[in-house]
Design a protein around this ligand. Structure first.
Ligand code: FES
Ligand SMILES: [Fe+2]
Length: 356
């Protein structure tokens, strides 16, 4: 796991930090939360605790005891309940007060503020809403059959999930930032509720040989995205999980997972490789892919994400594929509205095609 943390004074953001979108975000990996253990994270001005009860089920809540504000992360886990460290009140798996210090059973109104979570594919996500409203969409996890185990890396950037997700809807960035050639849409971004997806083709090189690379992207809200990159001629599909969690409005953790699917004709990479077992091949390809991904995130996408100033676009641009790029940026801005409270919505000016 690679960690990069830069010094950052959150009281003096380098750019005009935009609000935190209301969304499902990464909490931690399943393996990081053992039975009877707990973890806390900060998001904005809030702290959220997660613990795994003896049944194996994870529970999350605001890290504040409703009695007199004790910090629950200093308390104990008892079966599927959590006990506050201040007066030992015990809250059950529904969050209700189960018993007080004097053994008084009381299922009255005192209740933890539970936070919605979901656990699948070895990942735990939680739902953040500025006013603690219930989630209005679900996460659909991709199926993992015939895919290698996910290998994760964790980084931190001075940015906001808005720019991270905008990145993948912005076709031009594949050419400008990642230096791919001949970038074109197969499917310009389409939205469906909380989902935004697109398919892009570009030229990739393996040695001197040119290959078609297809990038199939889907984001569900701001904290969960899956990018599948296929080089059919090489017989290889790489799935990137793009998970994020904002800490403040201008600081964000990015958790990237890499998983490999070997197609039948992977011997195209090299004929000798067809003799190796697929499991061993994925073990070789995964770290190589992770290093390449790290390079792109750290030295290329970072230019895109960090220290941005949000300005509603006023200059028209010539897009590619008959203006599909222009439409995609408009679509992204409109889609992003779903995740902001009314007072936090970003100002917009429609992109227009430049007349020459
Ligand atoms: S503050 Fe938690 S039990 Fe009193
Ligand atoms: Fe990128």
């Amino acid at each position: 796991m690679i960690k990069t943390i830069r010094f950052f004074d959150k009281n003096d953001p380098p750019y005009d930090a935009i609000a935190l979108p209301n969304s499902w975000y990464f909490f931690c990996l399943s393996k990081e939360l053992k039975k009877g253990r707990k973890k806390i994270i900060s998001i904005g001005k809030r702290q959220i605790i997660i613990y795994r009860g003896s049944s194996g089920k994870p529970y999350a809540a605001e890290n504040i005891c409703p009695h007199m504000g004790g910090m629950l992360h200093k308390g104990k886990i008892r079966k599927d309940s959590i006990v506050c460290p201040i007066h030992n009140f015990e809250f059950d798996k529904t969050g209700h007060l189960q018993q007080t210090t004097f053994g008084i059973k009381n299922r009255g109104e005192m209740c933890l503020e539970r936070v919605p979570i979901v656990e699948k594919n070895g990942i735990i996500l939680f739902f953040y809403h500025k006013y603690k409203e219930a989630p209005w969409y679900d996460i659909t996890f991709p199926d993992t059959e015939n895919w290698s185990d996910i290998s994760f890396m964790r980084l931190a950037f001075n940015t906001n999930p808005f720019y991270l997700t905008q990145d993948v809807s912005d076709t031009i960035h594949y050419a400008a930032i990642h230096k791919f050639r001949n970038v074109r849409y197969i499917q310009p971004p389409v939205t469906d509720g909380a989902k935004i997806s697109s398919r892009v083709m570009m030229d990739g090189y393996f040695g001197l040989k040119r290959y078609d690379i297809e990038v199939n992207h889907q984001s569900i809200g701001f904290g969960f995205g899956v990018n599948e990159t296929t080089a059919t001629e090489l017989g290889l599909t790489i799935r990137y999980y793009i998970l994020s969690r904002p800490v403040t409005r201008s600081r964000m953790y990015l958790i990237c997972g890499v998983s490999i699917k070997l197609l039948e004709n992977f011997s195209n990479i090299h004929p000798l490789l067809s003799k190796l077992p697929k499991k061993l091949l994925t073990k070789i390809i995964t770290p190589l892919t992770s290093v390449a991904l790290y390079f792109h995130l750290k030295f290329r996408d970072r230019l895109y994400w960090e220290d941005r100033i949000y300005t509603p676009p006023t200059q028209g641009v010539f897009g590619i594929t008959n203006g599909a790029h222009i439409n995609s940026l408009n679509m992204y801005l409109n889609w992003s509205d779903h995740f902001y409270c009314e007072e936090d919505k970003l100002p917009k000016t429609k992109y227009t095609k430049v007349q020459r």
